[in-house]
Design a protein around this ligand. Structure first.
Ligand code: DOR
Ligand code: ZN
Ligand code: ZN
Length: 454
């Protein structure tokens, strides 16, 4: 433990440091994995290494609570190293991994196996979601013994042990989550509506984008949110609505929030910055669920964001092979790799005056850490973990997916010119990305387990 007067491991100097109390021309002293001092250079302790940040902005590393890292049986799409290297390159220092894996994360054993597979490979911190198990009594051990930080519920189709059509089972599952005091992250698309509409589209032989959008319409999102809110309210569970995409969805979440229910929500850069017109012109690389929406929907996401209704920015990084996404629409894989573009895209919105830097940091670092209870992460404070990103606000560059660290080398943002680049990333006090290069050793990131109540 460091104390005043002793030498620290690392001093970062010549920075504009973003702290909860404002931005200061200052530096940081880091010892081990912690920030031990935020002060003007003259007041920083002696250090084994001093590094100048050239006057750049120092932000808390991003905490992305919606990421599909794949690995294990899906390593051909992404693995723990490539996925976390993509995170480090994008200034993301902690990710929370979704359970739709091979095997599905849905038991103590599968959580532990996944952690074991990740441990030596990750270059940023990783926390794990689990799906609900078939025997709901086993939910407790997934959290308490396995160390998963939350549950994820796909309402669109059965992933894990609970059929989302079965309200009674869902209600039990929500009660378990409530008693364990962990949130349930929800992919909100109603399973019955999806099934009916899909069958109808198939019957009439439709396979165009319009038919696809009709199946995955905003009313399907709205119905699922309303049902999730109702079940969660009865169970007194905390829910987090993933990737809010439509005006109807915003309305449903706002209504729940106005009633004081413990509901949080997230929005992705792709739903904020692209519309259905982009899906039509770009095709496979822009195919995602929920799908890209109309200009009207996008406008209402921005209004909700500006009114403070949206808690979190998340990437929903969901890598696939492009060939899998280019299949006929009912068989095509959906998902967009977002880890390497999220921060530059959001900084560009700050530059355009559509977002303040304070809102960016609150929604991309602070709030997500709070939502998942990741203590000591998401803020630059003395005593907190040294998870940091240095950004050069003046650097303009073009998004070029062939340079991604992710195995998914495509993006609907290909060719976009963005302003604001992550130039260094630190995880647990160690430099893991420098000038776009990964300089970490695999294993420099950590598996974050749910803190045990003693
Ligand atoms: O587009 C999506 N991709 N939506 C999901 O719900 C799953 C995700 C994935 O895992 O590929
Ligand atoms: Zn989803
Ligand atoms: Zn997802």
């Amino acid at each position: 433990m460091w104390s005043e007067g002793l030498t620290v491991d690392l001093v970062l100097k010549d920075a504009k440091v973003f702290t909860p109390n404002g931005i200061f021309e200052a530096g940081l002293a880091i010892d081990g994995d912690r920030i031990v001092k935020v002060a003007r250079e003259a007041n920083l302790p002696p250090a084994s290494e001093r590094m100048s940040l050239d006057g750049n902005l120092l932000l808390p590393g991003l905490v992305d609570i919606h990421v599909h890292l794949r690995g294990q049986g899906l390593s051909y799409k992404e693995d723990f190293y490539t996925g976390t290297a993509a995170a480090a390159a994008g200034g993301v220092t902690t990710v929370a991994d979704m359970p739709n894996n091979m095997p599905v994360t849905m038991s103590v054993e599968t959580v532990k196996e996944r952690m074991k597979a990740a441990e030596g490979d990750v270059v940023v911190n990783v926390a794990f979601y689990s799906a609900f198990p078939e025997k709901i009594e086993e939910a407790a051990s997934i959290i308490l013994e396995g160390g998963a930080v939350a549950f994820k519920l796909f309402m669109s189709k059965k992933v894990g042990g609970v059929d989302p059509k079965d309200s009674q089972l869902l209600s039990k599952a929500f009660k378990e989550a409530a008693s364990l005091q962990v949130p349930v992250a929800v992919h909100a698309e109603d399973p019955n509506l999806l099934e009916e509409r899909r069958a109808e589209a198939l019957r009439s032989g439709k396979s165009d984008v319009e038919a696809y959008l009709e199946v995955h319409s905003p009313s399907v999102e709205e119905a699922a949110i309303e049902r999730a809110v109702k079940l969660a309210e009865e169970a007194e569970a905390r829910i987090h609505i993933c990737h809010l995409s439509s005006s109807r969805g915003v309305r449903a979440v706002s209504a729940a929030k106005r009633r004081g229910l413990p509901v949080s929500c997230e929005v992705t850069p792709h739903h904020l910055l692209l519309t259905v017109e982009d899906l039509k012109s770009i095709g496979a690389a822009a195919l995602v669920n929920p799908p890209l929406r109309s200009r009207r929907d996008v406008d209402s996401l921005w209004r909700a964001l500006q009114a403070g209704f949206i808690d979190v920015f998340a990437s929903d990084h969901a890598p696939h092979r492009l060939e899998e996404k280019s299949l006929p629409i009912w068989e095509a894989e959906t998902g967009i790799p977002g880890l390497e573009t999220m921060l530059p895209l959001l900084l560009t919105q700050v530059d355009r005056g559509l977002l303040t830097l304070g809102t960016l940091v609150r929604m991309a670092s602070e709030r997500p850490a709070e939502v998942l209870g990741l203590e000591g992460r998401g803020r630059i404070v003395e005593g907190g973990y040294a998870d940091l990103v240095v950004v050069d606000l003046s650097e303009r560059f073009r998004i070029e997916p062939s340079t991604f660290h992710s195995k998914a080398k495509y993006s609907p943002f290909r060719g976009w010119v963005v302003k604001g680049k992550p130039v260094k990333t630190f995880v647990n006090g160690r430099l893991v990305m420098d000038g776009g290069e990964i300089v970490a050793e695999p294993g420099d990131g950590r598996v974050l387990r749910r803190r045990r109540e003693t």
